[in-house]
Design a binder for this molecule. Structure first.
Ligand SMILES: *[C@@H]1O[C@H](CO)[C@@H](O)[C@H](O)[C@H]1NC(C)=O
Ligand SMILES: *[C@@H]1O[C@H](CO)[C@@H](O)[C@H](O)[C@H]1NC(C)=O
Ligand SMILES: *[C@@H]1O[C@H](CO)[C@@H](O)[C@H](O)[C@H]1NC(C)=O
Ligand SMILES: *[C@@H]1O[C@H](CO)[C@@H](O)[C@H](O)[C@H]1NC(C)=O
Ligand SMILES: *[C@@H]1O[C@H](CO)[C@@H](O)[C@H](O)[C@H]1NC(C)=O
Ligand SMILES: *[C@@H]1O[C@H](CO)[C@@H](O)[C@H](O)[C@H]1NC(C)=O
Ligand SMILES: *[C@@H]1O[C@H](CO)[C@@H](O)[C@H](O)[C@H]1NC(C)=O
Ligand SMILES: *[C@@H]1O[C@H](CO)[C@@H](O)[C@H](O)[C@H]1NC(C)=O
Ligand SMILES: *[C@@H]1O[C@H](CO)[C@@H](O)[C@H](O)[C@H]1NC(C)=O
Ligand SMILES: *[C@@H]1O[C@H](CO)[C@@H](O)[C@H](O)[C@H]1NC(C)=O
Ligand SMILES: *[C@@H]1O[C@H](CO)[C@@H](O)[C@H](O)[C@H]1NC(C)=O
Ligand SMILES: [Ca+2]
Length: 577
């Protein structure tokens, strides 16, 4: 009975038997913090530790993880950088010991937020992962960090920009992995810790910022519609506004919506199935001319005033020739004054969100409304003024936009641009990447993700043929264009489309069990078919519905499509990855 073996078993049993309440305390957390000196240049503050158990949390209708009920230990603590008088707040949600599955998930933000509040962390805890996020030292500005990117007008606060760019996420990840091992006794028993990333948009860029730099960043990174190629991405948001200004026509939101609605209706069948989803925007672009919408009537009701926006009148009329011209110019993508291509075209079927005009109640007409997400890039990051948008776009031409792209590229190449194309160290360390991008994304052109996947393929397989290099790349880095999806979300305008809600589960299967996601698991999240499963094709294969088969599309190689998605950015004579 009292053999040494029994003693070990009893100890192991006791370890397993720990409950959330046993270990979710300030004293237990303090005793399991990463030791001093664990991470160079960082000093933890044990007195800052908070810890409290939270039980019975219910999550429903999230695009990035299935519905679930879970318990967790809510832990936070701070650290400072040696030599700086700063304070960075880390938050980790730890699953109950019985639910822990030797996993760690790092998460990030969106827009200029460095984290997603309590939105992303459940996506790890429900899979037995400790989930972490950071405020990267931005404190009250963590949801809109750009208010802290300047030390003063004219002077960038480079430390804050580096913290946003990649350093904050790295520190949160490394401290979080060590804390997880210590908290769950992995240093003494089974030392395996599988590490993951999940994020979309800015969160996608943050994921790449790690994968591109650190071979040991993660075992698997789930990256959606990344906001990378930073200076291009931020500047191109302004392109539709410059089109309207240059062409002198400001379509009402309803007039633009009519064009989108007609595009969806006419391009839907081109993929072989009339289901309200444009699964092939390439075929849409090649086969549908929005000129057909000219003269068609549109109508949208008046809207009452709401905080921050004025009341708007009824919008009605017939779609004008000028509206069609503006929409076509937008759909063509940014070119310079010599006709050379500066950036990718948006996909037809995407909403014209960036092109939205504003109601001018004084002049009684629709007019320019500069999208602040683009304007703030110019105001703060290029012009170094502490504002929230440019005052206007006076004198701004297509060439001005190109100039802003170059200026931003030079200034932020090493911190924000985030398209380093050689992933050899990460691949050789066994890392996997699953990247997805909605094919009806209004904010980040779908072609942006295709461009990067192709740049990595070319860079890592010089001289190899397309199919051989694509196959080799798919061993560790797979790209999925999601039919009908909008920017990092299921799309109310194409409700029957699948969305890859279970990406982390798919990645876990790939990393931990070697199950290669030949197609990406998708689920219809909106409309009458909510809950229906539909697989999503892996690039470069493209979906085609076979007659009479509603299970899912066939995934086929289509040279015309591969060519369509590969743009020649001939406005530049440096490589654009
Ligand atoms: C988690 O901890 C933080 C920091 O102490 C606290 O502000 C927050 O309210 C806690 N959340 C829950 C759900 O207990
Ligand atoms: C996130 O915070 C909001 C507001 O406090 C709360 O209503 C919601 O339940 C929280 N969600 C989770 C998963 O904790
Ligand atoms: C910039 O403005 C924000 C408020 O919008 C303020 O919080 C911040 O301290 C300002 N930064 C500088 C450097 O003036
Ligand atoms: C880690 O081991 C200690 C000592 O055996 C034990 O008290 C604690 O409950 C264990 N922690 C977990 C999370 O199992
Ligand atoms: C350690 O735990 C992980 C996750 O539960 C498991 O996959 C692995 O096989 C375990 N390794 C050993 C040596 O027990
Ligand atoms: C566009 O279609 C949506 C349904 O998806 C509808 O609610 C809206 O009224 C339509 N707008 C216009 C301008 O036709
Ligand atoms: C709009 O088009 C309809 C036909 O679709 C036509 O009857 C109507 O006269 C047109 N209205 C205007 C203002 O041109
Ligand atoms: C900094 O620039 C902003 C935006 O132009 C301006 O509102 C603010 O007054 C300036 N601050 C100082 C201290 O000059
Ligand atoms: C690549 O493979 C596809 C079939 O999957 C084939 O149709 C195509 O011709 C191949 N391309 C090249 C360049 O060999
Ligand atoms: C795939 O999605 C379906 C719902 O569409 C879900 O039931 C299933 O668990 C998912 N598979 C994985 C590996 O998560
Ligand atoms: C229908 O399509 C699905 C998805 O591509 C495929 O797996 C299945 O074999 C097809 N069924 C038939 C009868 O062709
Ligand atoms: Ca369709």
């Amino acid at each position: 009975m009292h053999s040494p073996l029994f003693g070990i078993l009893a100890t192991l049993t006791a370890v397993r038997a720990a409950t959330l309440n046993n270990v979710c305390s300030v004293s237990y957390v303090k005793a399991h913090l990463p030791p001093p000196g664990f991470y160079q240049g960082v000093t933890l503050s044990p007195s800052s530790v908070t810890a409290n158990p939270v039980t019975g949390v219910k999550v429903v209708d999230n695009d990035f993880y299935p519905d679930a009920v879970f318990d967790y230990c809510n832990v936070s603590f701070t650290y400072s950088h040696d030599g700086l008088d700063d304070q960075v707040l880390l938050t980790y949600w730890l699953p109950a010991p019985a639910q822990f599955q030797n996993r760690f998930l790092a998460t990030g933000g969106g827009g200029y937020a460095i984290n997603s509040g309590n939105q992303s962390l459940p996506g790890g805890v429900i899979y037995g992962a400790v989930a972490g996020m950071t405020d990267a030292g931005f404190g009250a500005a963590q949801g809109n960090t750009i208010t802290q990117w300047l030390a003063a007008n004219g002077t960038l606060n480079w430390h804050n920009i580096y913290m946003f760019g990649y350093q904050g996420i790295r520190e949160m990840s490394e401290l979080g992995k060590q804390f997880t091992k210590s908290f769950f006794n992995l240093t003494r028993t089974n030392t395996t810790l599988y590490t993951y990333w999940q994020g979309c948009s800015e969160g996608g860029r943050e994921g790449w910022s790690q994968v591109q730099r650190y071979a040991d960043s993660f075992d698997g990174a789930v990256i959606g519609a990344p906001a990378f190629r930073w200076s291009f991405q931020q500047t191109q948001l302004l392109y539709p506004d410059v089109v309207e200004q240059t062409m002198g026509y400001y379509p009402s939101p309803c007039e633009l919506q009519k064009i989108v609605n007609e595009t969806i209706a006419h391009c839907d069948p081109l993929d072989g199935r009339t289901d309200g989803v444009v699964a092939r925007t390439d075929l849409c672009s090649m086969n549908y001319d929005i000129a057909a919408v000219e003269g068609q009537p549109y109508h949208c009701p008046a809207t009452p005033a709401s905080p921050g926006s004025p009341a708007t009148p009824v919008q009605q009329g017939n779609v004008t020739k000028q509206a069609i011209a503006v929409a076509k110019k937008i759909l063509d993508g940014l070119h310079d004054s010599q006709g050379r291509r500066v950036y990718f075209a948006p996909t037809p079927s995407a909403q014209f969100t960036e092109a939205q005009t504003g109601w001018d109640a004084t002049a009684n007409r629709w007019g320019l409304s500069v999208i602040s997400l683009g304007g703030v890039f110019v105001e703060v990051e290029l012009d170094l003024l502490n504002g929230t948008n440019v005052p206007d776009l006076a004198g701004v031409t297509y060439d001005t936009l190109k100039g802003w792209i170059v200026e931003g590229m030079q200034r932020f190449q090493g911190v924000l641009e985030t398209t380093w194309p050689d992933l050899t160290p990460y691949r050789d360390a066994g890392g996997k990447v699953l990247m997805f991008h909605g094919e009806s994304d209004w904010g980040i052109p779908t072609a942006s993700s295709v461009r990067y996947w192709e740049s990595v393929r070319r860079t890592m397989h010089p001289g190899a043929g397309y199919n051989a290099s694509a196959a080799a790349q798919n061993d560790f880095f797979r790209l999925f264009l999601v039919p009908g999806a909008t920017h990092c979300a299921a799309n109310p305008a194409e409700p029957g489309a699948p969305f890859p809600q279970t990406n982390l589960a798919v990645m876990i299967d790939w990393v931990e069990r070697g199950v290669v996601p030949h197609t990406l698991n998708g689920t219809v999240l909106l409309g009458p078919d909510k809950g229906r499963n539909q697989q999503i094709c892996a690039w470069p294969l493209r979906p085609v519905w076979a007659p009479g088969n509603a299970t899912g599309p066939q995934c086929r190689y289509d040279q015309k499509s591969v060519d369509y998605w590969n743009y020649d950015l001939d406005a530049f004579n440096v490589p654009i990855y």
